[in-house]
Design a protein around this ligand. Structure first.
Ligand code: ADQ
Length: 478
């Protein structure tokens, strides 16, 4: 049968729990088909040659992990420069933070060519290739140029900006043309899909065909929204585990006299963390009954520290948290607990469950899986309330959350107050509806729908094989 080949900037061993939900879920399809996962090894060779990098092959059970090293010049231009200094800010609508340095794009193209050169000899004729995210937009066209005929899909995990913002990228036409080398292109939301189609029609004279087709550059592309989800059952299992239960009990006991609000993010300017701290300050100012009571735990894991904009946000955040704690804190109450660290995945459900309010307020986010994890971790009998930014992909699905505009400090503070005061019956009704949607659109459905669009027969085989594997695991565990 066909084999799934996943290509992404970084590669994870799907057998390791620390790999996270997406790796575990993709790992399921990879393991079922004896697949291949290809990407950067994470190693930077200081004096290496641009466009060159050693290939490493490693077996992780039935899955082959194939990784390539990058030299310093390629890392700084492809990864830090073009991917995270141009594409990430522009795709999150932040033209002000983009650094359009002309030579970044050369490194970006060079590394995509390197990946195509290293990957092509590993491919079998009936492989299904699934490329992930903004680092690898030109990969399909580089593969085609080198003679690749296999089916290729591409999924964009981050937002697709509106056409006028996208057109500010000097190489926007090349990026769109590259995507037309794929068979299927997937987006997180209908909004993102609309932006892509709008740009393809306006700038590349693409013609819409049927529900999902776009014709341009002599090819037909299937473009569709495939909202990503979480593995609800895996998250349930984590939540019942010892570490999650311990974390829940410790946190609940320590804050027994307080009401907890929680934010969990990578420390990234797109996540709106400084705005969140200002909103929390507004809550304490406008609703003084929360003083000496409401406590915001903000976990922000270190991220992309070699990119300048990320160092700036860290300083801003420390200043803001220090000011709130200085102005409002008491000897026995610190309003904001800011933790600049990654929390072990096994502990996350316990932390979410202990918090009365999940504050997920990015300025812009492709989906945001933390919002879904927060809902999945709640106790159905006494659930917390999700306050969610209207600018996330998740907001298109999670209508029963309290949807907010994170730029509107006052309006968001009012929503936090509403969440803290919400009666049990309303909390239950909202949680019940949210959980149903999260279950319905879980990560299994996401990859099954995407693979189905790419190759229906292959998707059916994967479904059958993963079902059999799950049944075998259940029998072995019983
Ligand atoms: P991210 O921007 O990384 O991903 P998100 O979806 O919020 O964002 O989180 C992904 C995972 O990281 C979640 O499982 C979460 O638990 C974990 N995580 C985040 N912060 C953490 C922390 N401080 N400690 C421990 N774990 C943490 C990109 C896009 C998103 C999109 C995802 C998936 O930017 O919009 O939802 O890909 O497509």
């Amino acid at each position: 049968m066909s084999r799934l080949v996943v290509v992404s900037n970084r590669v994870a061993d799907p057998r390791k729990p620390a790999a996270g939900g997406l790796a575990v879920a993709l790992g399921e399809a990879l393991q079922a088909t004896g697949g291949l996962w290809f990407g950067w090894s994470g190693a930077i060779v200081e004096d290496g040659t641009p466009g060159e990098g050693e290939l490493h092959l490693q077996q992780a059970g039935p899955v082959t992990l194939a990784t390539v090293d990058l030299c310093r010049e390629d890392h700084d231009t492809y990864y830090a420069g073009y991917s995270n200094g141009v594409l990430w800010p522009v795709f999150h609508y932040r033209l002000d933070l983009a650094d359009f340095d002309g030579h970044y794009v050369d490194g970006y193209r060079r590394v995509n060519q390197l990946f195509a050169r290293r990957l092509l000899p590993l491919l079998r004729p009936d492989d299904i290739v699934w490329v992930h995210d903004y680092h690898l937009i030109p990969l399909a066209s580089e593969l085609r140029a080198a003679g690749c005929c296999q089916r290729i899909g591409f999924f964009l995990h981050i937002p697709m900006p509106p056409p006028p913002i996208f057109a500010a990228i000097p190489h926007h036409e090349w990026l769109i043309r590259s995507l037309f080398a794929c068979d299927v292109v997937g987006f997180q939301s209908r909004t993102d899909l609309g932006h892509f189609a709008g740009h393809a029609i306006a700038a590349a004279a693409a013609t819409p065909v049927g529900d999902h087709g776009l014709d341009a550059y002599g090819r037909r592309l299937h473009a569709q929204a495939f909202p990503i989800g979480i593995d609800v059952d895996e998250f349930d299992r984590l939540g019942r585990g010892r570490e999650a239960r311990e974390t829940y009990v410790t946190t609940r006991d320590e804050y027994a006299r307080r009401r907890l609000l929680i934010g969990v993010d990578r420390l990234d300017y797109s996540k709106g963390i400084p705005q969140r701290i200002r909103t929390f300050r507004e809550l304490l100012t406008r609703y003084p009954e929360n003083r000496n009571s409401a406590t915001l735990i903000q976990i922000a894991s270190p991220s992309r520290e070699s990119v300048e904009a990320y160092a700036d946000i860290r300083i801003e955040l420390e200043r803001l948290c220090g000011a709130v704690n200085g102005d409002f804190g008491e000897l026995d109450w610190m309003p904001v607990r800011y933790i600049h660290r990654t929390v072990a995945r096994r502990r996350l459900p316990g932390l979410y469950r202990a918090a009365r309010v999940g504050v997920i307020t990015p300025l812009r986010d492709g989906m945001n899986l933390v919002a879904k994890e927060y809902v999945a971790a709640q106790q159905a009998s006494d659930p917390g309330v999700l306050v969610l930014s209207q600018f996330t992909g998740a907001a298109e699905q999670l209508e029963e959350a309290l949807l907010v505009n994170p730029y509107d400090t006052r309006g968001t503070a009012d929503a936090l107050q509403q969440a803290l005061a919400m009666p049990l019956a309303e909390r239950r009704a909202r949680h019940d509806a949210l959980l149903r949607r999260i279950r319905e659109h879980d990560v299994h459905r996401w990859y099954a729908d995407f693979l189905g669009a790419l190759d229906g027969a292959f998707a059916d085989q994967v479904r059958q094989l993963t079902l059999e594997r799950r049944q075998r695991r259940a029998v072995a565990g019983a």
